[in-house]
Design a protein around this ligand. Structure first.
Ligand code: NAD
Length: 488
């Protein structure tokens, strides 16, 4: 782990095996951190937060360090991508693209570091000068899931450090290796010891201590909504602010006037890219009834020949499920969909072929005849399972799209700009993509509506999640203090 600038094992000297989802075999050992390690990491971060080495830096100097870190990550992007693919089974092409772009978050927030300005208030109390300071919060605890380990950490770390906070990062126990491989880069970039700390281990053994630690100022959580609720409860007990990036059941809505081939590719990428293991998976395809059959036909033409295999090979299009328990969960949702009467037109079970190693593969699966209230259309599967739902009018499409507890993202496929704008205004989702899907940038805010969470990552305003405003009053007239028993 990385604590106070030192590479350390867990205090207990225990280790966890990290499994390669393609083979199902262990390929790395990670320290099994526990409460004592979390405590050391938070204290190191808190000491660094108060120390001169970090607090004494100008915002401009912090920004330059983030730029250096970006360059170091860029130089090792392909190596880190290969580690992530081995650890979480997502395609090497996907992880490489993610890692090559990830430095942009550090560059964007590095540039923003010295533009977080306070205000001079034109105060209405004569004889006083009033201004604000934007101050860092302290120790930020980041808890991230296994599907995009470094990217989801970077979305938190870059603005947190730019604003002058320090950081304790708990990666998922299923994909911690890339975080540990990145650990040497922080010192190399010039970050003082303790500014970034990494604690690995099981969520249940490290999470509660981290969230409830008195020296943690804020928790940034990305993960499932059930875990999110636990984190939120613990944070509430300790009156700590949180941001929550949770799950989704995003709808990809295809209208009759859409460029059909693009829409088909968009829906394929929404659900089968990353084997459906992405928070923004477009797991519901809402298709206008007039083009439904043609859409399904064209969709199956692509999806039925998607190449499954070793995610480290560039020709692979669908990789394994990251964990065995997730694999079981995906298969159980396929069974539930069948029991509830959805029609399976592709896949529908485990994929077992010699070229698929010993890992956890599920056939890309498509259900038609899905009713909006079926569980497969309401609950997050987090796997390669698409529900196709026909609709007859814009209003019906909107009602179905908005008819879940989630609100992370939505896709709209149409040639009609008026319809696109109306949808963008009325869809209950933190991101709406029109004639595109799964595109993100450090410049654009990302986050959920409804049970998909709150708070935003990326974009200009998200740095505000990492500062607190202090109001400073100065008496300027030199007048005697009037009656001290009356509020001024
Ligand atoms: P998860 O909720 O099981 O775990 C997320 C993290 O929480 C892990 O690091 C885990 O160790 C930790 N954790 C577990 N129990 C904890 C506890 N009691 N206290 C504190 N931390 C604890 O999620 P997952 O299975 O790793 O990831 C999949 C989920 O993440 C999906 O629901 C997906 O939609 C969501 N996700 C959301 C976004 C987003 O930005 N909205 C992005 C990616 C993934």
């Amino acid at each position: 782990m990385l604590i106070g600038g030192e590479r350390v094992a867990a205090a207990s000297s225990q280790w966890l095996e990290s499994l390669n989802p393609y083979t199902g075999n262990p390929w790395a050992l990670i320290p099994r951190g526990a409460a004592a390690d979390v405590d050391r990491a938070v204290i190191a971060a808190h000491t660094a937060f108060r120390g001169r080495e970090w607090r004494g830096l100008t915002a401009t100097a912090r920004g330059k360090i983030l730029h250096k870190l970006a360059d170091l990550i860029a130089a090792r992007a392909d190596e880190l991508a290969a580690i992530e693919t081995t650890d979480n089974g997502k395609l090497i092409l996907e992880m490489r693209a993610q890692l090559r772009y990830l430095p942009e978050w550090f560059r964007y927030y590095g540039g923003l570091a010295d533009k977080v300005e306070g205000r001079v208030i034109p105060i209405d109390r004569p004889g006083h000068f009033n201004f604000t300071l934007e101050e860092p919060l302290g120790v930020i605890a980041a808890i991230v899931p296994w599907n995009s380990p470094l990217m989801l950490a970077a979305w938190k770390m870059a603005p947190a450090l730019a604003a002058g906070n320090t950081f304790v990062w708990k990666p998922s126990e299923h994909s911690s290796v890339s975080a540990l491989a990145m650990a040497p880069l922080f010192a190399e970039a010039g970050l003082p010891p303790g500014v970034v700390n990494i604690v690995t281990g099981l969520g249940s053994e490290t999470g509660e201590t981290l969230v409830g630690h008195p020296n943690v100022a804020k928790i940034c959580f990305t993960g499932g909504d059930a875990t999110g609720a636990l984190v939120y409860q613990t944070a509430a007990k300790h009156i700590k602010p949180v941001t929550m990036e949770l799950g989704g059941k995003s709808a990809n809505i295809v209208f009759a006037d859409a460029k059909l081939d693009n829409a088909v590719k968009g829906v394929v990428s929404g659900i089968f890219a990353a084997t459906g293991q992405t928070c923004v998976a477009g797991s519901r395809a809402l298709i206008h009834r007039s083009i439904h059959d043609e859409f399904v036909e064209r969709f199956l033409k692509i999806a039925s020949v998607a190449r499954m295999g070793n995610p480290l090979e560039e020709t692979t299009q669908v990789g394994p499920i990251t964990t065995q328990s997730q694999y079981q969960k995906v298969l159980s949702y396929i069974d539930i969909a069948k029991q509830q009467g959805a029609k399976c037109v592709l896949g529908g079970g485990p994929a077992q072929r010699p070229e698929l190693g010993g890992g956890w593969f599920v056939e890309p699966t498509v259900f038609t005849g899905v009713k909006p209230d079926m569980r497969i259309a309401q609950e997050e599967v987090f796997g390669p399972v698409l529900s196709v739902i026909p609709f007859d009018s814009d209003e019906e499409a909107l009602a179905i799209a908005n008819g879940t507890i989630y609100g992370l993202a939505a896709g709209v496929w149409t040639a009609d700009i008026g319809r696109a704008l109306k949808m963008a205004h009325t869809l209950e989702a933190g991101t709406v993509w029109v004639n595109t899907y799964r595109v993100s940038s450090p410049l654009s805010p990302f986050g959920g509506y409804k049970r998909s969470g709150f708070g935003r990552e990326s974009g200009l305003l998200s740095i505000r999640e990492f500062v607190q405003e202090k109001s400073v009053w100065i008496e300027t007239s030199g007048a005697d203090v009037p009656n001290p028993f009356i509020i001024r």
